[in-house]
Design a protein around this ligand. Structure first.
Ligand SMILES: [Zn+2]
Ligand SMILES: [Zn+2]
Length: 647
C-alpha cells in the first residue's frame, strides 16, 4: 500500500507503481530502464501532455512518450519552434514573435521582421544557427509567472504580439519557457533539452495574418521540420519528393478522377466519369462483402429536421459550427444538412418493435453527409465539406458485442487485403479507469464491451496498442491504422460502441425475459469515406489501381484508321465480358498512343493492325511489363479474368 508521501502511477498496460510525490516522468522512465529514459521526450499525464521533467503530485495515469508517439513528435516539433525563434532572434535582433505551434509534419513560427527580410536563401544560415544552439543542450525550463510579471517582461522586450496573447490569459495559468538565451510565453510542454534535436530543415516561408484575421497585420510564417537523427531527415526529404509525385490532388487531375469548382463551392468534390467509375466499383465491392456479412441496405435523405439533431445531441454539440438550418415557407420548420447518418438509422430501428431474436440488425448505407470545415482546413479529397461514408450501424444485445466486433474486423481486414494494404495495426481506446464517472452507460456494459473488443482483436491476431482514457464518453472503440507504400500512417476504419444514441432515441428490444432492454449500437466504416479512401488509395498506388478497380482497364490501339472497325468489334466483345476501356481513334502514330496510355496508367494496351485483324487476334502489352505476345479474344478474356480477380 502507498503511504502519504507517495503517488500511485498507472501505466498504459494497467500496471501500478508507487513513487515519491513530485516524481517526474523522466524519473519513472529511469526506474524502468536507462535506455527508455534516454528516449523519453514528453509524457501524457492524465491525458494531458506534460514536460517529462514536471513534478507529478497526484495519483496519475502516465504514458511515457518518445519520438515514436504522435504526441512525442508534436512536443519535439513545438520545442523546435522555440529553437527556431532563438536562432532568429540571434540572427535578426529586434524581430518580434507571434505564435509557433507544431503541425502535422514539423512546425512553424509567425514573426514580424520589422524592416528586415528573410528568403529561402537565408534558410541554410538559420538552420546552421539552430543546430549550433541545439548542440548546447540547453534545458527547456518551465516558469510559472504572474500575469503582471509576464506583461512587464514582454513590455520591456517590446513584443506586442505576446502582450496581446497574455491579455487573453487568466492570471495563475501563465507560464514562460526558457532555453538558452530565449524566453517565450508558452503553455508547453517541451522536451528536456535542445540536444535532442540533431537535424533541422526549414521547408517554406509564407505570409500569414496575425491570429488568422485579415484585418490584422501580415506576418512572416517560417516552416520547418526537425529530427532526432540526421538519417531521418534524409529519409524525410526522399519521402517528400516521392509524396509530391503521388499527391492525390495532382494525380486526381492528371487521371481525370475528380475536380473542384469555386462556383459549386469549396470542399465539394465533383467526381468526373473515371472517378465515378472507380468509386462505383469500390462501392459495389464493399456492398457485396457487406451483403455476405449480413448487412441490409437502407437509404435516408440528405437532410433531417432540426429536432432530429436536438434529440441526437448533435445540435447542442456542433450546431453553431455547422451549416446553418434550412428554412421553409413554414415559419417554425427547420432542417439541417445531415452531419451523420446515425440518427436516421435510429429512427429506422424504431419503425417496428424489436425482439431479442431480431438482433443483431445491421443497417448499411453509403450515406452522404455535410460538415462545415474551415476553408483553411480543406485539403483535396481528404478534408471536404460533403462526403459519402460507407456507413453502417449494428444494433445488438450486449452479449453480441464480441461476435459483432469479430465480424467487423474480418470485413475490415478483407478490405485491406483486397486493396493492397498489408501493413496495418489497431488501437483499442478504453475508459480512464480513474475517471469512470465521465462516461455514460452502465459500468457492467462498459466492462463487457471493453473485454469483448480486447478479446475480438486478440482472436483475430491484430497487433494492437491499448490507450486508457482515449474512449469517447459514449463508448470504447477500435481504430485501424494502415501504413502506405511510403510508410505514412493513415487512420482507416473505426469500430465504435455507442451507449448514448440508443438512450437518447429510447431504443428498445424485448428480451427473452419479456422485459424491455436497450440495444448496443456499433458505428463502423471500413473506408471512412469514399472521398478520403480514394485519396489514400491514389497515394498508395500512385494511381496504378488494382486491375479490378481501374477506371479504364484496356486501351485498344488501332495502328491506323483502316483497322478502326476491327478495333470497335473487339471493344464490343470485351465489353460483353465487363472489361472496361476505350478505342484510341486519334490519328496518331502507334508509339504515341502507347505512350499516352502508359501515362494515364491504363493496365492493358491491345494493339490491332493488319495481322491481328486477319487472324482475329490482339497484340497485348501490359503497362510496366511490355509485350505479352498475341492472343485471341477468348485467350485474352480468360487471362484478364484471372488477373482481375479480387485478392
Ligand atoms: Zn512552447
Ligand atoms: Zn454512426
Amino acid at each position: 500500500m502507498k503511504d502519504e508521501s507517495q503517488v500511485k502511477i498507472t501505466l498504459p498496460d494497467g500496471s501500478e507503481r508507487f513513487y515519491p510525490k513530485g516524481v517526474t516522468a523522466l524519473e519513472i522512465a529511469l526506474s524502468i530502464s536507462e535506455g527508455l529514459a534516454r528516449n523519453v521526450i514528453a509524457a501524457k499525464v492524465n491525458n494531458e501532455v506534460w514536460d517529462p521533467t514536471r513534478q507529478i503530485t497526484e495519483d496519475s495515469l502516465v504514458k511515457l512518450l518518445t519520438w515514436n508517439d504522435e504526441d512525442g513528435k508534436a512536443t519535439f516539433w513545438h520545442s523546435s519552434a522555440h529553437l527556431l525563434a532563438e536562432a532568429l532572434e540571434a540572427l535578426y535582433p529586434g524581430i518580434k514573435f507571434g505564435t509557433g505551434p507544431s503541425i502535422e509534419k514539423g512546425f512553424y513560427y509567425d514573426v514580424d521582421l520589422g524592416g528586415q527580410t528573410i528568403s529561402q536563401e537565408d534558410f541554410p544560415k538559420i538552420e546552421a544557427k539552430m543546430l549550433e544552439l541545439a548542440r548546447q543542450k540547453n534545458e527547456y525550463i518551465r516558469k510559472p509567472i504572474s500575469k503582471a510579471d509576464a506583461l512587464e517582461y514582454f513590455t520591456k522586450k517590446g513584443d506586442e504580439y505576446k502582450l496581446e496573447l497574455i491579455d487573453g490569459l487568466e492570471d495563475g495559468s501563465i507560464t514562460l519557457y526558457e532555453q538558452g538565451g530565449f524566453t517565450d510565453l508558452c503553455r508547453g510542454p517541451h522536451i528536456p533539452n535542445t540536444g535532442f534535436i540533431k537535424a533541422a530543415k526549414l521547408t517554406n516561408i509564407a505570409g500569414a495574418y496575425w491570429r488568422n484575421k485579415q484585418e490584422n497585420k501580415m506576418l512572416t510564417r517560417i516552416y520547418g521540420i526537425t529530427f532526432p537523427k540526421q538519417k531521418e531527415l534524409e529519409e524525410y526529404v526522399t519521402l517528400m519528393e516521392e509524396a509530391k509525385k503521388r499527391d492525390h490532388r495532382r494525380l486526381g487531375k492528371e487521371l481525370e478522377l475528380f475536380a473542384f469548382s469555386e462556383k459549386v463551392g469549396q470542399g465539394l468534390p465533383l467526381w468526373l466519369p473515371k472517378g465515378a467509375m472507380l468509386r462505383e466499383r469500390l462501392q459495389a465491392f464493399l456492398s457485396k462483402a457487406q451483403s455476405r456479412a449480413g448487412y441490409v441496405p437502407v437509404i435516408t435523405p440528405h437532410i433531417g429536421s432540426k429536432d432530429l439533431y436536438v434529440t441526437s445531441g448533435h445540435w447542442d454539440k456542433y450546431g453553431k459550427d455547422s451549416f446553418q438550418p434550412i428554412k421553409t415557407p413554414n415559419l417554425d420548420e427547420e432542417y439541417m444538412l445531415k452531419p451523420m447518418n446515425c440518427p436516421h438509422h435510429c429512427e429506422i430501428y424504431k419503425t417496428s418493435p424489436r425482439s431479442y431474436k431480431d438482433l443483431p440488425l445491421r443497417f448499411s448505407e453509403f450515406g452522404t453527409v455535410y460538415r462545415y470545415e474551415q476553408s483553411g482546413e480543406l485539403h483535396g479529397l481528404t478534408r471536404v465539406r460533403g462526403f459519402t461514408q460507407d456507413d453502417a450501424h449494428i444494433f445488438c444485445r450486449p452479449d453480441q458485442v464480441k461476435e459483432e466486433f469479430i465480424r467487423v474486423i474480418d470485413l475490415v481486414l478483407y478490405v485491406f487485403k483486397s486493396l493492397g494494404f498489408d501493413d496495418y495495426s489497431a488501437q483499442i481506446s478504453l475508459r480512464d479507469p480513474n475517471n469512470k464517472e465521465k462516461y455514460i452507460g452502465r459500468d457492467e456494459d462498459w466492462e463487457k464491451a471493453e473485454s469483448a473488443i480486447i478479446e475480438a482483436a486478440a482472436e483475430r491476431g491484430l497487433s494492437t496498442v491499448t490507450e486508457l482514457g482515449e474512449a469517447a464518453f459514449y463508448g470504447p472503440k477500435l481504430d485501424f491504422m494502415v501504413r502506405d507504400a511510403l510508410g505514412r500512417k493513415w487512420q482507416l476504419g473505426t469500430i465504435q460502441v455507442d451507449y448514448q444514441l440508443p438512450q437518447r432515441f429510447q431504443l428498445e428490444y424485448t428480451g427473452s425475459d419479456n422485459q424491455k432492454h436497450r440495444p448496443v449500437m456499433i458505428h463502423r466504416a471500413p473506408f471512412g469515406s469514399m472521398e478520403r479512401f480514394t485519396a489514400i488509395l491514389i497515394e498508395n498506388t500512385a494511381g496504378q489501381f488494382p486491375l479490378w478497380l481501374s477506371p479504364d482497364q484496356i486501351a485498344i490501339l488501332p495502328i491506323s484508321e483502316k483497322f478502326a472497325d476491327y478495333a470497335e468489334d473487339v471493344f464490343f466483345q470485351l465489353q460483353d465480358h465487363d472489361i472496361r476501356g476505350f478505342v484510341d481513334h486519334r490519328d496518331e502514330k502507334i508509339g504515341r498512343k502507347i505512350r499516352d496510355a502508359e501515362v494515364t496508367k491504363v493496365p492493358f494496351m491491345l494493339i490491332v493492325g493488319e495481322k491481328e485483324a486477319a487472324e482475329g487476334k490482339l497484340s497485348v502489352r501490359r503497362k510496366g511489363e511490355g509485350d505479352l505476345g498475341s492472343m485471341t479474344i477468348e485467350e485474352f478474356t480468360a487471362f484478364f479474368k484471372k488477373e482481375a480477380a479480387i485478392a
